[in-house]
Design a protein around this ligand. Structure first.
Ligand SMILES: *Cc1c(COP(=O)(O)O)cnc(C)c1O
Length: 434
């Protein structure tokens, strides 16, 4: 039996797979639309055109089943796609479980996570529509790194607002972004009116994704030929990530198995959507009963504890209102090391699926996820991002449960990124300083 299930470059998907098509066709309903914050009417293309290129706005509302991936984008994907699926034999043995555990390794991308899947596409569409600068926020720095590299590929300028606590915890992420030519600032910053206002109340504010989004949006409005780029939450970002699950589906076919459980960590929901949606289509059609589990930190539990309602995507209340599971747009999560999961809301698509009972959610404490990460590193060798450790912890729990139930169970999880720039957090865990 192979440990590593690989595909060739010509098996890189040719389309992004649009879950909205399946929801409409088989469930007969879709998530509630974003609303203009002033008129409270559904937000139209005009509401979004100031910050996104038209092609991405079209994708946001598309009901086509498949959206073709441009050849230029596929060419860049060839640098690291298809990513491998691994069978975690050593972890299975360590857990003494009858379960078969597989993971899709998105840490194999040059910047270390799945984020490049969307940034390459976003940079391409922006470039095509004459945009010169992309501006964005980043939490742990994974999205900022991926956007910096994609902008560099397509000759765009890149400005990043990095959440202050991560800026301090992960100084080398800043260096990575600067390597690719981006301009990086800790958020809250003195570059925007909103940042200045927050710094006045607390000069050492830890920052949050919500605040950094507000700063990025303010900057976009003030900068000529600039647009905004988002690393998660919106439909088009989740759409781009479906390359992950489409590949994984072929790889599981090659392995001769079909997953009973699919697991991903959830910050805004994009890597989970990426691995889950291409399998969810079968569940929506009633052909499979696969369980799909999104895993979040107990300190930012938007799915398991948040309210399902219309809320702002940012702290300054500038974005359209999104119907989502949310902790409230003024919620400041504690400074856990899984910076990519410190977001108050959740993708409207993921929130809708949770509300419909099509997916499940779990929340874990920081110490238990780091222990899972250490167990994984010691058995499988790869040092996982703290975000991804949430998925690992849940996969381990499912595998242990399978042992007590005496069931053979096939588990597939998304290893969304490596943790080689997150060693500060691991250091604290290993020396009992968390
Ligand atoms: C950004 C990030 C996440 C969280 O974002 P999602 O949109 O929920 O995927 C998870 N893991 C890693 C490695 C990340 O960089």
């Amino acid at each position: 039996m192979n440990t590593k299930i690989t595909l060739s470059e010509n098996e890189i998907p040719e389309h992004y797979l649009n879950i909205s098509y399946y929801l409409k066709k088989y469930l007969g309903k879709l998530p509630d639309p974003p609303l203009n914050p002033v008129t409270k009417q559904p937000a139209g293309p005009a509401d979004l055109a100031a910050i996104f290129p038209m092609e991405l706005i079209k994708q946001e509302v598309s009901l086509e089943e498949k959206i073709k991936i441009p050849e230029e984008v596929r060419d860049f994907y060839k640098m690291y796609r298809p990513t491998p699926v691994f069978r975690a034999y050593r972890l299975e043995k360590f857990l003494d479980t009858p379960a078969h555990i597989y993971f899709k390794y998105e840490g194999a991308s040059p910047t270390g996570s799945h984020k490049l899947n969307t940034t390459i596409a976003q940079a391409y569409y922006n470039k095509k529509e004459g945009v010169k600068t992309l501006i964005a926020e980043t939490g742990a720095g994974q999205f900022g790194s991926a956007l910096s590299l994609a902008c560099n590929f397509f000759g765009l300028k890149c400005q990043i607002f990095m959440v202050n606590v991560s800026y301090v915890q992960k100084p080398y992420r800043k260096t990575v972004m600067q390597m690719y030519g981006a301009d990086v600032n800790a958020s809250p910053s003195n570059l925007t009116e909103f940042g200045k206002k927050i710094l006045k109340t607390n000069p050492n504010h830890p920052g949050s994704l919500g605040i950094a989004i507000s700063e990025a949006l303010e900057s976009v409005v003030k900068t000529k030929n600039a647009k905004y780029s988002l690393g998660s939450v919106l439909n088009h970002v989740l759409l781009h990530q479906t390359v992950v699950g489409q590949e994984a589906k072929r790889q599981m076919e090659k392995a001769g198995e079909y997953p009973d459980v699919i697991i991903g960590c959830v910050g805004g929901g994009s890597n989970f959507a990426g691995i889950a949606f291409p399998f969810l289509t079968e569940k929506i059609k009633g052909k499979k009963k696969t369980r799909l589990i999104g895993v979040e930190p107990a300190s930012c539990p938007s799915l398991t504890k948040g309210e399902y309602k219309y809320d702002f995507g940012d702290t300054a209340m500038m974005t359209p209102l999104l119907k989502m599971h949310t902790m409230g747009s003024d919620f400041i999560p504690s400074p856990i090391h899984a910076g990519g999961l410190r977001y108050h809301g959740m993708a409207p698509l993921i929130s809708f699926l949770y509300d419909e009972g099509l997916i499940e959610a779990k929340a874990y404490e920081q110490k238990e996820i780091f222990q899972a990460g250490v167990d994984f590193a010691r058995t499988e060798g790869i040092i996982p991002a703290p975000e991804s450790c949430h998925a690992i912890k849940s996969a381990i729990d499912e595998a242990v449960k399978a042992k007590y139930e005496g069931k053979k169970k096939v588990i597939l999880f998304n290893l969304s990124g490596h943790g080689l720039l997150d060693l500060n957090g691991y250091d604290k865990f290993l020396h009992d300083k968390l």
